[in-house]
Ligand binder design. Structure first.
Ligand code: ZN
Length: 424
């Protein structure tokens, strides 16, 4: 991620919302609140300053006009390889059937995977997403994403339960061969879910993540079927895996909830990013609050699967780091985090706009272990930002203006590079 001669050195906007951590903001944005008529100064791809606009812009300056410049949004949970499945799979009320369909229609050859990942990455930039936590079966997405401006943690997916558990970590190691990190791409691992990953495989993944300092993510407490599988060693998922010849004597009832099972495996003693966590009781919530784990809530995917209400507001109140993901286009209408936040704004008028915006930016960066370098417009961090046009009929408050409008981003900047420009 090197800066280019055509990259702006100053970006001027009607409003800049730095969302830097700390207390309430003053008019200059100290503390992270909105700054009116402001400049984002960029040096070598990183933020040098956010300050009140002064004088004429030099040759390297870009005036975006009537826009709100926000930290680039972070999609903490997605599967870009499934971008070709947009609108193709209807949910008929059975998660196992849906899973079977996705598995059957997932792209297999390298060219098709790459095309789907590129399509999803381009759509992400156009939606104002500057960083994704992307999970890829077989770990092929990174070869496409390393040449794409979108920043990514590429999570190599690991599956192995029952008969498939013995060589799961060997397969993971093989899938990760040749993988290299750079400023725009980081390595992560993703043991898939408790119904597809044996306890010993989870522990092996944890050891790897700790030894290499890689972020780790897993799907957790996504469906009632998963809960039945874990607690009773039975149900739809159990039957499905038995039918596939995967279940053996090692797959048994634990008597635990999904969250308690995650704790027993060691996932909560690590900064694991837990995707979904749709089903949990009060005890589970307390366990999460006392843990180092983050939760990626995927609001529109949650709606698609007709799950009951998500407890993210209680999680936030309990101090859990809750971020936002879209999940894949097989269950979500777009890859836009702004769209997710706007849905949450409509459903939760009581929540402060800055809280919602944090869920879509800095909380996601924290969940991916990248908050030291992205997630807010703070000096020293990468200049990752999205410019959203001000809605002339919207509220005066710039955060509310963005959350209550349906206007698409005008520009997306990653590492100081103008990675997307509407109409360009
Ligand atoms: Zn997922």
């Amino acid at each position: 991620m090197t800066s280019r001669s055509t990259d702006p050195t100053v970006v001027r906007a009607a409003w800049i919302v730095p969302l830097a951590s700390g207390g309430p903001a003053d008019r200059r944005g100290q503390g992270g609140g909105p700054v009116a008529s402001a400049d984002l100064r960029i040096e070598a791809g990183k933020i040098a300053a956010v300050e009140s606009a002064r004088g004429n812009l030099g040759a390297g300056g870009v005036d975006l006009g009537q826009v709100v410049l926000l930290p680039g949004t972070v999609n903490a949970h997605t599967h870009l390889e499934l971008s070709g499945l947009a609108g193709k799979i209807r949910y008929r009320g059975n998660f196992v059937t849906w899973l079977g369909e996705v598995t059957a229609r997932r792209p297999t050859d390298a060219g098709a995977v790459s095309a789907a990942v590129r399509k999803g990455a381009d759509a992400s930039l156009a939606a104002g997403v500057t960083c994704v936590g992307d999970i890829c079966y077989g770990n092929r997405a990174w070869r496409t994403l390393r040449d794409h401006p979108l920043r990514a943690v590429c999570f190599a997916e690991c599956l192995g339960i029952g008969r498939k558990r013995h060589d799961a970590l060997t397969r993971l190691g093989r899938d990760m061969e040749g993988m290299v990190e750079d400023d725009g791409l980081r390595i992560g691992i993703s043991p898939h879910a408790p119904y597809s990953v044996a306890e010993q495989v989870y522990r092996g993944c944890l050891d790897l993540a700790r030894a290499s300092n890689w972020p780790m993510t897993t799907h957790l407490a996504e469906t009632p079927d998963e809960g039945t599988f874990i607690r009773h060693g039975a149900g739809n998922l159990h039957r499905f895996l038995t039918m596939l010849g995967i279940v053996d004597d090692s797959v048994s009832a634990t008597g635990l909830s999904a969250v308690a099972y995650a704790a027993s495996v060691g996932l909560l003693a690590h900064p694991t990013l837990l995707a979904h966590v749709n089903y949990l009781d009060d005890e589970d919530l307390a366990m999460l609050a006392a843990s180092r784990a983050s939760v990626a809530y995927c609001p529109r995917s949650h709606r698609y699967f007709q799950h009951r209400g998500h407890r993210f507001v209680e999680m936030l109140a309990a101090g859990v780091n809750v971020c936002v993901g879209t999940d894949s286009l097989a269950s979500s209408p777009t890859l836009s985090i702004l769209d997710e936040l706007r849905l949450l704004r409509r459903r939760h008028p009581e929540l402060p706009g800055a809280t919602l915006l944090a869920m879509g930016t800095i909380n996601g960066a924290r969940a991916l272990g990248w908050d030291g370098q992205i997630g807010s417009l703070s000096p020293g961090k990468w200049a990752d930002a999205v410019a959203v046009p001000l809605d002339a009929d919207g509220p005066d408050d710039p955060i509310e203006n963005v959350l209550r409008s349906d206007l698409a981003p005008m520009a997306t900047i990653v590492g100081g590079h103008m990675a997307f420009r509407a109409g360009a």
